[in-house]
Design a protein around this ligand. Structure first.
Ligand SMILES: Cc1cc2nc3c(=O)[nH]c(=O)nc-3n(C[C@H](O)[C@H](O)[C@H](O)COP(=O)(O)OP(=O)(O)OC[C@H]3O[C@@H](n4cnc5c(N)ncnc54)[C@H](O)[C@@H]3O)c2cc1C
Length: 359
C-alpha cells in the first residue's frame, strides 16, 4: 500500500508538491478556496479587471491518483489533519503550505473567492476615480504596481515611496537603477530613504495625506500600502517547538520541519527557509522536498538526507506593464524584451492554468 502524504494548502507550493508526489504516494491536498489565486496576475487585475476571471483558476483534475479535498485544516498532529467539519485525514507525512496574506486586493483574506472578486472590483473603482496615487513600499509588488498604473492609466500621478536608498538594494545596483529610470520616464515620482510616519492601514488602500520622515507631505486620492506578505501560520501554533520569526514565518530545521514532530514539514511562504517569499523560490524548494520525501517514503531517515540550501541570488522578474521591465537572472540584468517575453505579457497564466488542468 502507498504511503499517505497530506498537504495542507493548495497554493503554488502545495499543488506543485502534490503533482510531484502523485505517482509515488497516496496524496491528499486540502484547500478551502474554490479557485487557485494566481498572485503574479493580481497586480494587473487592478488596472485591467477583466483579467481576474483567468487569474482565478478553478482547480481541475490536476492529480491523476491523488485527491484534492475542499476544506479548511484546523489542527495538525503526527497522525494527520483535522478539518473544520470535524473530519480527519490520516497521513504518514504531513506538509503545511498555508502560505501568506498580503494587502487588499492582492491576495484574498480567507477562503471566500466571491468576496475577493468584490474587493478587486471595489478597489479598481477607487483607482479609476483617483487622480493621484501613492504606493508605500517598493518591493516587487509596489514597484510592479507603479509600473502597471503608469502603463495602463498614464493620466494618474503616481508616487512610489521607499525607506530604502534605491530599488531592490539587495540586488546589483544596475538592476534597481534600470527599473528606477524606466519608472521615472513613465512619469512615476520616486521617493527613497523615507518612511511614511502616519500610515493609517497596513492592509487597506485609502485616501489621505502621508507624512514622511524626510519632512515631505503627500496627499493622495489613493494610498496603497505594499509593505510585504505575512505568513499564515496559525495552524502550527499548537505544535511543539514552533517558533515564529519575521513576517510571521516559522523557523524550520535543515529539512524544513517546523516543530519537533519528525514527519511534519513546511514549504513555501510559511517557512523561513532563507529564501524570499516567492514562487520562483519554489522551483528550488519543491523539487528538493519531493526528492526528500520520496527517500523518506522508502524508509530513509530524514537526518541522513541532504539538507535544504537556500537559493543565493535567486532570480526576480519585475515587469512594468506588458512591454517593459527588468529581470535579474543568473547574475545578469535583462531588459524589456526578456522581461516582457518571460513574464510581462503572459504573467505565467497559461502555464499555471495548464498545470491545474483548468483549460
Ligand atoms: C500581488 C503579488 C504578486 C506576486 N507575484 C509574484 C511573482 O510574479 N513571482 C513570484 O515568484 N512570486 C510572486 N508573489 C509571491 C507568491 O505569490 C508567493 O510566494 C506564493 O503564492 C507562495 O505560495 P504558497 O503556496 O506558499 O502560499 P499561498 O499562495 O499563499 O497559498 C496558500 C494556500 O493555503 C491555503 N490555506 C491557508 N490556510 C489553510 C488551512 N487552514 N487549511 C487549508 N488550506 C489553507 C490558502 O487558501 C492558499 O490557497 C506575488 C505575491 C503577491 C502578493
Amino acid at each position: 500500500m502507498s504511503k499517505r502524504i497530506v498537504i495542507v494548502g493548495g497554493g503554488p507550493a502545495g499543488t506543485q508538491l502534490a503533482r510531484a508526489l502523485d505517482d509515488v504516494a497516496d496524496v491528499t491536498l486540502i484547500e478551502p478556496r474554490s479557485h487557485f489565486v494566481h498572485a503574479p496576475a493580481m497586480i494587473r487585475t487592478l488596472v485591467t479587471p477583466e483579467l481576474l476571471e483567468r487569474a482565478l483558476i478553478p482547480y481541475g483534475a490536476y492529480l491523476k491518483r491523488g485527491r484534492h479535498l475542499r476544506g479548511k485544516a484546523v489542527a495538525v498532529d503526527e497522525g494527520g489533519v483535522t478539518l473544520d467539519d470535524g473530519s480527519r485525514v490520516e497521513g504518514d507525512v504531513i506538509v503545511i503550505a498555508t502560505g501568506s496574506e498580503n494587502a487588499t486586493p492582492f491576495k484574498p483574506k480567507g477562503a471566500d473567492i466571491e468576496a475577493f472578486r468584490a474587493e478587486v472590483a471595489r478597489v479598481h473603482g477607487m483607482l479609476e476615480a483617483a487622480r493621484s496615487v501613492a504606493i508605500v513600499g517598493a518591493g516587487a509588488v509596489g514597484t510592479e504596481l507603479a509600473g502597471e498604473i503608469a502603463h495602463f492609466m498614464p493620466e494618474k500621478a503616481v508616487t512610489l515611496i521607499s525607506d530604502q536608498p534605491s530599488l531592490f538594494p539587495d540586488k546589483p545596483a544596475r538592476f534597481g537603477r534600470a527599473l528606477a529610470k524606466k519608472l521615472q520616464a513613465a512619469g512615476v515620482k520616486l521617493v527613497f530613504g523615507a518612511r511614511a510616519e502616519n500610515l493609517e492601514s497596513l492592509s487597506e488602500p485609502y485616501a489621505g495625506r502621508l507624512r514622511l520622515t524626510n519632512g515631505e507631505e503627500i496627499e493622495a486620492d489613493l494610498i496603497f500600502p505594499t509593505i510585504g506578505s505575512r505568513a499564515v501560520t496559525d495552524l502550527l501554533d499548537a505544535l511543539p517547538g514552533v517558533e515564529k520569526v519575521s513576517a510571521n514565518r516559522v523557523k524550520v530545521d535543515p529539512w524544513l520541519r517546523p516543530s519537533s514532530l519528525p514527519n511534519v514539514f513546511a514549504v513555501g511562504d510559511i517557512a523561513d527557509t532563507g529564501d524570499g517569499m516567492s514562487i520562483i523560490s519554489l522551483s528550488r524548494q519543491v523539487p528538493w522536498l519531493a526528492k526528500t520525501l520520496k527517500a523518506v517514503l522508502k524508509g530513509r531517515a530524514v537526518e541522513s538526507l541532504k539538507p535544504y540550501a537556500k537559493w543565493k541570488n535567486a532570480p526576480i522578474l519585475v515587469p512594468l506593464g506588458p512591454e517593459k521591465g527588468n529581470t535579474f537572472l543568473g547574475g545578469l540584468t535583462l531588459g524589456d524584451w526578456a522581461t516582457s517575453r518571460m513574464k510581462g505579457r503572459g504573467l505565467f497564466l497559461a502555464r499555471r492554468r495548464k498545470e491545474l488542468a483548468a483549460d
